[in-house]
Design a binder for this molecule. Structure first.
Ligand SMILES: [Zn+2]
Length: 472
């Protein structure tokens, strides 16, 4: 079965055929965070989507190279560094570490490479040099370098490949210096920004004088360095389609580094917006959440991840605290079944149920249709529970069901459904001490330890496969 995805370039669902002639490897890039603050839950929707795509490609047997950049220099960072008076590296380093920690909390597989823009100034300068050589970039009176939309289009290239743009409303040669701008102002954008007093100590030497790169050129330089001038897959949030991704295409293809007939990127995938409590996230509305905020409210990374994975990536999704409570209930249903299956399977092992894996693959191949996948999974949970309740299940049945879940969970990454990992060390030690007491036939001590565990909020159940802890 082949995987089909919605390609923003063609605005249609297409079969994903890797550039690699052996069709076994996929090179993918996802625009990463701007490390000027803690990333919010809307940002993480995109990163969890990228993680799902990577995991599913690996599930399908592709060898994936996954690159995600760290934007550690752009307008917002300059503003923050100026305001706090801190050193650029110290400031961005703190938010980069926080971002990676949050990525781990959400159980996202770390990208193979996480290039920082500030470590690639030489590559950025080289790329700008190529655009200047080809006459597509030019120097403005203040010493900055701009990308010329007019020259690019005159070379026969299309600006506006992901989005249809109305050039009749555009004034030729108009320039925009800020990294973020609106569609109405399709204009020449900055590749290199000449040093200004506002930049403080943040600047680098270049053939065109001191300054710093524009945001868009960073992604072109880093993605092409690590994945080559043409690669398979580029992901990002839909808010990046314009201008960021349009500009990435223009810079990368404008430099003329691709082989004849090849594009910069073959497939573009964009994740939809996230609403929180029915509205666009805003600090003033009280619906602006970082991962840390949600952990502080008592939710787990696993619950957040489940909720983010419950809706199709191209649908705008309403993220609510009620939804997180629902995620908790849904995960508890899965955990309960997995717990029962583990007890029954004991040491038995088996292979996944073909039918279950095939049904799952069938819907996921359809542009990652997670809604249908969850429908199949919960139908499966009901069916397994029914068979268990009838007392007809065997150890082999349980082992095969567990293998099926393990196969599917390699894609969803919701851990193994076991609570063991979440048991604090102190509790695990008490349980261990109780086992030792029982073995020594010191039942009084064993009962005392059981009571102590209960006081700390944990129930011990003795099962044929050993003691089980349950949170009260
Ligand atoms: Zn980017």
């Amino acid at each position: 079965m082949s995987l089909k995805i919605f390609n923003t370039l063609s605005r249609s669902v297409e079969e994903l055929i890797p550039l690699d002639p052996s069709r076994r490897t996929i090179r993918m890039y996802c625009c990463g965070p701007t490390v000027h603050n803690f990333a919010h839950i809307g940002n993480f929707r995109t990163f969890v989507f990228a993680d799902l795509m990577r995991r599913y490609l690996e599930f399908k047997g592709f060898a994936v190279t996954h690159v995600m950049n760290i934007t550690d220099i752009e307008d917002k960072i300059i503003t923050a560094v100026q305001k706090t008076g801190r050193d650029l590296k110290a400031y961005t380093g703190e938010y980069e570490a926080a971002f990676l920690a949050d990525l781990d909390v959400l159980n996202c597989v770390r990208p193979h490479q996480l290039p920082r823009a500030t470590d690639h100034i030489a590559e950025i300068i080289e790329l700008i040099g190529k655009l200047l050589e080809r006459g597509i970039a030019y120097r403005s009176p203040d010493g900055s370098i701009y990308f010329s939309i007019e020259k690019y289009r005159a070379s026969g290239a299309t600006y506006g490949q992901l989005l249809k743009l109305n050039f009749d409303e555009m004034r030729v040669g108009e320039r925009v210096s800020s990294d973020e701008y609106a569609k109405e102002s399709v204009a020449d954008f900055a590749l290199w920004k000449a040093r200004t007093p506002n930049d403080g100590a943040v600047f680098w030497p270049s053939p065109w004088g001191e300054g710093r790169p524009g945001w868009h050129i960073e992604c072109s330089a880093m993605s092409m360095k690590l994945l080559g001038p043409s690669f398979d897959l580029h992901l990002g949030g839909e808010d990046l389609v314009f201008p960021h991704h349009e500009d990435e295409i223009a810079q990368s293809e404008g430099a003329g580094v691709q082989e004849h007939g090849h594009r910069f990127v073959k497939y573009w995938m964009h994740g939809a917006h996230l609403l929180v409590e029915g509205k666009k996230m805003a600090k003033s509305l009280g619906n602006y959440f970082t991962v840390r905020d949600l952990l502080g409210k008592g939710y787990s990374g696993r619950e957040i991840r489940f909720l983010l994975l419950s809706a199709h990536y191209r649908e705008s999704f309403n993220f609510t605290l009620e939804g997180l409570n629902g995620a908790r209930t849904a995960l508890a249903r899965i955990d309960e079944l997995i717990g029962k299956l583990r007890d029954l399977a004991a040491s038995e092992t088996s292979t996944p149920e073909d039918e279950m894996v095939q049904r799952f693959t069938g819907v996921m191949d359809d542009d990652l249709n997670v809604s249908a996948a969850w429908g199949i999974i919960f139908e499966w949970v009901r069916e397994k529970n029914r068979i268990l309740a009838d007392g007809k299940a065997t150890a082999l049945f349980a082992a095969s069901a567990l293998a099926s879940w393990a196969r599917i969970d390699a894609v969803f990454g919701l851990a193994n459904g076991s609570k063991t990992a979440e048991v604090p060390a102190e509790i695990a030690e008490l349980l261990e001490a109780r086992q030792t007491a029982k073995k020594a036939k010191n039942f009084k001590r064993a009962d005392e330890l059981r009571a102590e565990l209960k006081l700390k909020g944990w129930l011990v159940e003795d099962t044929p496969s050993g003691p089980k802890l349950k949170k009260i």
